[in-house]
Design a binder for this molecule. Structure first.
Ligand SMILES: *Cc1c(COP(=O)(O)O)cnc(C)c1O
Length: 399
């Protein structure tokens, strides 16, 4: 099955077969395929200026950064533009390392350790792969970048015990996407933020998958616990609506009595990217972000997400072990002992159901062995959502 064309929440393969798309480029094509507003922004900007160097000012960067700071994150800060989620995470790890130099341990040695979580996913560069708490991602790429410690997600005692004199940050996804759609518990997020205050650590949130309205708020953490104030936020996927784009945000909060803003510890020359934040990428991304806000797609994600959960749980199918997640980042859990037919040798429940769905004309996405991820475009028409859910229902009844 090779994909050729997309239209809203449908994809068409080279043989002309139509699929309902509940994958959306893995939570990336948040406005569906070939969205006219996004296409128009792309074409208009491509005719004007695609790329120049960041040796010059790029007005599109300033406009987009203002949108992200004021309308999405809502906390004063600065934005650095990258091209992907992994790069954005490498960026926030670099900020944490520099912070650890400026605010060393009691003996004067730099702090460098970042606590991350089992089943997390932060990307595939050497830095973001080392931050990822899954050995299968790291297999045979060792020795890994040093300075990461992995702890069980949502385990407050384990997190507290993991803080050491060289810890400089705690990094987490508000909802673990690849790891199985596991939302952070509000009390855990609050406890992590408290620990950061107590030990002078940076609170680092990976919003690559759960950000930009997907989870029913502008950012995933805001859907869980809006009063928490992160220091660093990494973004990609939905921010570009399908165009390669990423960024990280650094808070302006004072890190010492002199009032030095955290964001000032990175300056021109300390980090860079040739393609990060080109006029083309920022024009497309600004169009995407404005559309997300104008249509209030966070509220829509919340509503449709509740509908998915109620519908799937209402089917009462034995192999379904509940629906997790928030907004339109949903995971259908499976109990592998309760399938009607034996699973094919060597396959996981999630991969098996995903294959059956695809054959029946629905694209979804596994998240770990036991969870099927449903991550459609945030503007999916209600009748297309229904069509996809009906296909899923048929598949699960039969499975
Ligand atoms: C996809 C993802 C990444 C990696 O993003 P890339 O753009 O593929 O580098 C990082 N973190 C999370 C939470 C992701 O879902």
């Amino acid at each position: 099955m090779d994909m050729e064309r997309g239209e809203g929440s449908y994809l068409f393969d080279t043989e002309g077969r139509r699929y309902v798309d509940f994958c959306a480029g893995i939570a990336t094509c948040c406005l569906g395929h070939a969205n006219p507003v996004v296409v128009e922004a792309l074409c208009t900007q491509a005719r004007k200026l695609m790329h120049c160097s960041n040796l010059y000012g790029i007005p599109g960067q300033e406009k987009l950064a203002k949108l992200i700071v004021e309308d999405i994150i809502g906390i004063p800060g600065r934005v650095f533009f990258s091209n992907s989620g992994a790069e954005s995470n490498d960026g926030i790890i670099k900020v944490a390392r520099r912070f650890g130099h400026r605010h060393p341990a009691a003996d004067g040695s730099p702090r460098y350790e970042v606590i991350t979580f089992n089943k997390s996913f932060h990307g595939r560069t050497l830095g973001s792969m080392a931050a990822t708490g899954q050995t299968k991602i790291q297999l045979e790429f060792d020795p890994l970048l040093v300075g990461f410690k992995y702890v069980d997600f949502n385990d407050i005692d384990a997190l507290r015990a993991a803080v050491s004199p060289v810890t400089c940050g705690i990094m987490l996804e508000a909802i673990q996407g690849e790891g199985g759609v596991n939302p952070v518990k509000p009390e855990f997020l609050r406890a992590a933020a408290e620990l950061c205050k107590e030990h002078d650590l940076l609170m680092m949130i990976d919003e690559v998958q759960c950000g930009f309205c997907r989870c029913g708020a502008h950012m995933g953490w805001q859907a869980v616990c809006p009063e928490v104030q992160p220091d660093l936020v990494s973004c990609a996927k939905g921010i570009g609506g399908g165009f390669p784009m990423g960024c990280f945000w650094v808070s302006d909060r004072a890190i010492d009595d002199a009032g030095t803003p955290l964001s000032s510890i990175m300056n021109p020359g300390s980090h860079g990217s040739t393609f990060g934040g080109t006029p083309l990428a920022t024009a497309v991304s600004a169009a995407v972000v404005q559309e997300l806000l104008k249509q209030d797609l966070a509220a829509r994600a919340r509503k449709l997400g509740e509908h998915i959960k109620a519908t799937v749980e209402g089917w009462n199918i034995p192999c379904v072990a509940g629906v997790r997640g928030l907004g339109l980042l949903r995971g259908v859990g499976f109990d592998k002992t309760k399938f009607r037919h034996p699973l094919p040798e060597g396959t996981t429940p999630a991969a098996h159901v995903n294959n059956l769905c695809r054959e029946a004309g629905l694209l979804a996405c596994p998240a770990g062995p036991d969870t099927l991820r449903l991550i459609p475009a945030l503007n999916i028409p209600e009748e297309v959502l229904e069509e996809g859910l009906n296909i899923l229902h048929g598949v699960l009844e039969e499975a």
